[in-house]
Ligand binder design. Sequence first.
Ligand code: KIV
Ligand code: ZN
Length: 515
Amino acid sequence: MSETIHIFDTTLRDGEQSPGCSMNAEEKLRVALALEKLGVDVIEAGFPVASPDDFASVEQIATEIQGSRIAGLARALEKDIEAAARAIAPAGERGRIHTFIATSPIHMEAKLRMAPDEVVARAVQAVTLARSLAPEVEFSAEDAGRSEIDFLCRIVEATIDAGATIINIPDTVGYMTPDEFGGRIRTLIERVPNSDQAIFSVHCHNDLGLAVANSLAAVENGARQVECTINGLGERAGNAALEEIVMILRTRRDRYRNLDTAIDCTRIVPTSKLVSQITGSPVQANKSIVGANAFAHESGIHQDGMLKHHKTYEIMTPESVGWSTNRMVLGKHSGRAALSARYAELGLELDREQLNTLFARFKVLADKKKEIFDEDLLALVSDDRDTQDERISLVGLHVASGTRDTPVAVVELAIDGEIHKASSEGDGPVDAAFKAIKSLVEPNGKLLLYQVNAITSGTDAQGDVTVRLQNGNRVVNGQGASTDIVVASAKALIAALNKLPETHAREVHAQYSGI
Ligand code: KIV
Ligand code: ZN
């Protein structure tokens, strides 16, 4: 009899906690729609009490998504649980409150300043309240990896009694090794008397690079829900990567004979690209499954083997995880129908108006670039949505640079509907453009990261630029794409500036010298 491993995706909650990966409501909805198509069982849509925006976004996702369960996170506090209940209400029977409290000695003593008995009482109270407000309750023992096993057994038993039907065991700081963590799950299932009334879940962080291995060890020992994120995004070193968990179970059927997920694996790569694009967090080239080199065969010996039989060096096919090979290459002669069909394959159903807008942008790009790839198409969508309704947008950019002259940039921005201009010199054309843009806007943040990737190959490839800015506690990412790398950089900086709260035009704009 085959058993299902439930996939609980927390890209929109833990994933969003990666530096600079915060998303707006519209972006979160796009990710949620992609996750639904991917076939995830549960989407953790956010932390409703955190802010009115978080609340509204969870509520919107709970309204729009029909095919996955929707979870809202809540600390073991009345106000959190009530906010989560209201936000997930539109999901009806598919709504879940995910409430948590820390159970390790260090967290209870130093962070909560609560005695273990008080922690158990609070957890029971939280689950009881949540159960009265939502159809399904998940309880997490934060830092379970470093919690005392007797105490863990006690709180798990008490919260199941109170009505939790999913018990999540997080390795919050990624401290466990696979044998330890698997053993911990087995012990809990064996020792907690009512363990048969709950599904055991795991949530592993990747601080020592063991998140996926620990999750699998847990599955081998009875866990039936795995919490994970697309591209392994998440706090610090991230969470277990969804694509890796799913493909290990699929590829090693010989070992995990009766275990599988409901994931449509051919949607993995499009979803990964979408999340990377929206969060501005590039996927490293050698990342398993979804990295650009994951199926590239470089050496002669490997290429020779592949030509003789693809299984010589390939344990799964690129198509099986959604790397498209149909390669009906789009170019300037392609029509609306082909464009619309390609977007549908990428998981984006466009209405007539969206198609018209994107088709116009596609034609402009196709005039500059012979072949248009999926990455280009996704960048067009992001670019289009990024600039709609934004307070700051790029109206014009002129740069002059060369081996003899000091690079100079002149920029024209629309800020809150008014045109502002500035010029600046710089160490290079990008530096000059950044200085000119920053001179027009405040606060303009500290630059933490500037990264350029070629979206596809060839010298006419679009440059995909990520900019990370920090202002106080807030870290934001911005992305921009263009066949002109300076324009892509300026767009990325402006996208990031738009995410900083309360950015506005600077009072004094004396910098423009009209070069
Ligand atoms: O890492 C963690 O412990 C968490 C919990 C809130 C589940 O993210
Ligand atoms: Zn976490």
